[in-house]
Design a protein around this ligand. Structure first.
Ligand SMILES: O=P(O)(O)OC[C@H]1O[C@H](OP(=O)(O)OP(=O)(O)O)[C@H](O)[C@@H]1O
Ligand code: HPA
Ligand SMILES: [Mg+2]
Length: 181
């Protein structure tokens, strides 16, 4: 275990088992709909990459980069688009792929944008849901795991751009991000 991690919440095999289950569910629900999977960069990149390989029907992939956390453990409340999609979503069945829903601000901004661009349907698959911190009424359509109100890292999730490459998800030690008074 990495020395900055207090506790492993989800092991590599817990994650891979769940990704397989989610892939099977999406295969059934999106048979012949040719959905467009939108990865919300950067955090969702490892999840998206494993998830699409667990889906056994035709899917397309595109990427959008947004950021609201910067080097903090609290959302700034301002969602910035850093990279937009290459694909038009008009008339498409869209699956937004997220690593975590925390306050819900990132997703509510994205869902609003995709609906205004006239997607035929928009659903959300998230690996992690932290409902304790939600400031919006959002609920994911597909969810891997609920996590407690702790700052978690690994499998794409970062603190100040670190830990994204850990193969498991763990709780970051508070002393790593807490500013001493
Ligand atoms: O529900 P919210 O409170 O909006 O938080 C969730 C979002 O925050 C993180 O992204 P971040 O803005 O840190 O960008 P990153 O994916 O590049 O790390 C995470 O990957 C989600 O996209
Ligand atoms: O718990 C978290 N960890 C990493 N990134 C995040 N973005 C929102 N919540 C989190
Ligand atoms: Mg981040």
């Amino acid at each position: 275990m990495h020395e900055d991690i207090r506790e492993v919440l989800l092991s590599e095999s817990d994650i891979q088992r769940k990704v397989k289950d989610l892939g099977e569910q999406l295969t059934k629900d999106y048979q012949d709909l040719h959905p467009l999977c939108i990865c919300v960069l950067k955090g969702a990149a490892p999840f998206m990459s494993d998830l699409v390989r667990a889906i056994q029907t035709h899917v397309e992939m595109d990427y959008m980069a947004v950021s609201s956390y910067g080097t903090s453990t609290e959302s700034s409340g301002v969602v910035r688009i850093i990279k937009d999609l290459d694909t038009s979503v008009e008339g498409r069945h869209v699956i937004v792929v997220e690593d975590i829903i925390d306050s819900g601000l990132t997703l509510s901004y994205l869902l609003d944008l995709l609906r205004r661009r006239n997607a035929a349907s928009v659903r959300v698959v998230t690996l992690l849901d932290k409902p304790g911190r939600r400031t919006t009424g959002l609920k994911p359509d597909y969810c891997g795991f609920e996590v407690p109100d702790e700052f978690v890292v690994g499998y794409g999730l970062d603190y100040a751009e670190k830990y994204r490459n850990l193969p498991y998800i763990g709780v970051l030690k508070e002393e790593i991000y807490r500013e001493d008074p």
